[in-house]
Design a protein. Structure first.
Length: 351
């Protein structure tokens, strides 16, 4: 993209110069042609100097480059979260922060992102600052561990240097640092407690910030098989923020994609529910667990529902953005002042 942007800029400059020459000839002014050529040449030299000093993509023509809202994305592995993000996943080439209490699902969500990126043929890196990565869980989620780069640095400087080198190479699609707390802790005692790990810089530079929390447990009879998770999009530079996504995390398995598809399909009337019976394509299925198993065994049915939901929900979001009709929220939602910080905003939403 960057390479095409730079070359495209040069060709446009040449076209602009030729138009200027034609105009100056029609006016009979040779000095106008000479001035226009010098101006274009000086601008081209300046652009080349900036590109050589700071790298490709450091400066580009706004109208001739890719729109920021049309950036390529990587799915999060959660259908509901992809919809809540408004662009179908996490934006590539951007900083994304996932924060929340311990055991809330941060690492699991990051592993799902890696699995989705690998499905697209991308290379991924996991910087395991906590030395706690479970390869068995990663494989169960769908991560190809043979093609996953792993680093377990001893200090924060080593971790950041490694990440910087990999990003500058332009050869990796996802770099996960787990976690910021382990390598970038704050110094001193009595410091502020309202900021997340890494201080203010991380949340300012992040394009997307996700607050993930456990809201309940998922039980099968008397056995607890997972947890109910709520993810809040606290910051989003590519779509309207403050949207929520709920899904189930099954212990040892990861995100239950079938469960969230059932919930969304029922909500949007693609599946009808009467009591404990679900009806889909003239098939009646008794119980949610049975419906989950049905979708696991029937990939075509699962993809059919996912496609319908994706078309409906993402089309609605895109239509709202095109019309500029971003609602102020339902009556049950609290309007948050623009003067509040991100953490205060999260508190307001929780209230």
């Amino acid at each position: 993209i960057c390479r095409g942007g730079v070359l495209g800029s040069y060709s446009q400059l040449c076209n602009f110069s030729s138009k200027g020459r034609r105009k100056s000839k029609s006016d009979g002014s040779d000095s106008g042609e000479e001035n226009m050529s010098k101006k274009d040449l000086a601008l081209k030299q300046a652009l080349d100097q900036i590109t050589s000093s700071f790298g490709k993509g450091s400066i580009m023509w706004l109208g001739r480059s890719e729109s920021p809202r049309n950036v390529p994305v990587v799915s999060t592995g959660s259908f509901a979260l992809d919809v809540a993000l408004g662009i179908g996943g996490l934006p590539k080439g951007r900083v994304v922060e996932i924060y929340g209490p311990e055991a809330s699902g941060k690492t699991t969500l990051a592993l799902h992102v890696i699995a989705e990126a690998q499905k697209q043929g991308g290379y991924c890196v996991f910087v395991d600052a906590e030395h706690a990565l479970d390869p068995a869980l990663a494989e169960t989620i769908g991560v190809n561990t043979e093609n996953l780069l792993l680093s377990q640095p001893d200090c924060g400087e080593q971790a950041l240097s490694l990440v910087d080198t990999l990003i500058r190479s332009g050869s990796v699609d996802v770099v996960v640092v787990d976690s910021v707390r382990s390598k970038l802790s704050t110094f001193g005692f009595g410091g502020p407690t309202e900021v997340t790990c890494g201080g203010n810089a991380l949340k300012f530079y992040a394009s997307v910030r996700l607050n993930i929390r456990r809201t309940g447990l998922v039980k099968k009879g008397e056995e607890t098989i997972g947890s109910q998770v709520l993810v809040k999009v606290v910051k989003n530079k590519h779509a309207p923020p403050f949207k929520n996504a709920e899904f189930e995390l099954e212990f040892g398995k990861g995100i239950c994609r079938e469960g969230e598809i059932i919930n969304l399909a029922t909500k949007h009337k693609f599946v009808t529910k009467a009591g404990s019976f679900y009806t889909f394509n003239d098939q009646k299925i008794h119980g949610k667990e049975a419906f989950k198993n049905f979708l696991v065994q029937n990939e075509s049915a699962r993809e059919e529902l996912a496609t319908k939901l994706r078309e409906k929900l993402l089309e609605v979001e895109n239509e709202k953005e095109r019309q500029g009709d971003i609602s102020d929220g339902d009556a049950s939602e609290e309007i948050i002042s623009t003067d509040t910080t991100d953490e205060e905003a999260v508190t307001a939403i929780e209230a």
